[in-house]
Design a protein around this ligand. Structure first.
Ligand SMILES: [Zn+2]
Length: 174
């Protein structure tokens, strides 16, 4: 199997997002100074220009704002048609992810969805939208096809403790 999907570009501004996804958690960046949430991650708050940020764990509950159905070009890493949704998270930000387990004619704008997680063709874990059912990441829907790859000898995990201190990434509140 071959994939043309590019590898993730992981930076010190977005590494928290992918680290949380590997734990089955949706982390959203929050401005420390004005508390505005933002996604996708970036170094600076678009509201107040502050560079101080931490993260919050989103519930994963969301509603469908829009979607598109991709037929071509096709990649071995995915099933087609591939449906990609834009959702409003209940925390107030938006997220783009593929939709699994729901047919196109079952989709309605405004319908309630839930964020689960699935393995990317390169082996990374990313959010995936599904019907609400609770704890969906415990029973993943494998619509993505992992492909053979070699991991770099040193990855973001190697400095996890330090990164968490830098980003303020916190564990799941309970
Ligand atoms: Zn701000």
């Amino acid at each position: 199997m071959r994939t043309m999907v590019p590898r993730l570009v992981v930076t010190q501004d977005n590494e928290f997002f992918f680290a949380a996804a590997r734990e089955g958690r949706l982390a959203i960046q929050r401005c420390v100074d004005c508390h505005a949430l933002r996604h996708p991650p970036g170094p600076c708050c678009p509201d107040c220009r502050s560079f101080n940020w931490d993260t919050v764990s989103a519930s994963g509950r969301c509603t469908l704002h829009s979607y598109t159905v991709i037929h071509h070009p096709q990649d071995d890493g995915f099933d087609y048609p591939l449906i990609v949704g834009l959702v409003d998270l209940e925390e107030g930000t938006r997220l783009v992810a593929d939709i699994a387990g729901i047919e196109r004619d079952e989709l309605e704008i405004g319908m309630v969805l839930e964020v689960g997680f699935a393995e990317h063709p390169h082996g990374e874990v990313l959010p995936q939208l599904r019907r609400p059912g609770g704890r969906t990441h415990d029973r993943p829907i494998r619509r993505w096809h992992p492909v053979a790859h070699s991991r770099p000898a040193a990855g973001p995990d190697d400095d996890r403790g330090g990164r968490h201190r830098l980003t303020g990434l916190r564990g799941r509140p309970s």
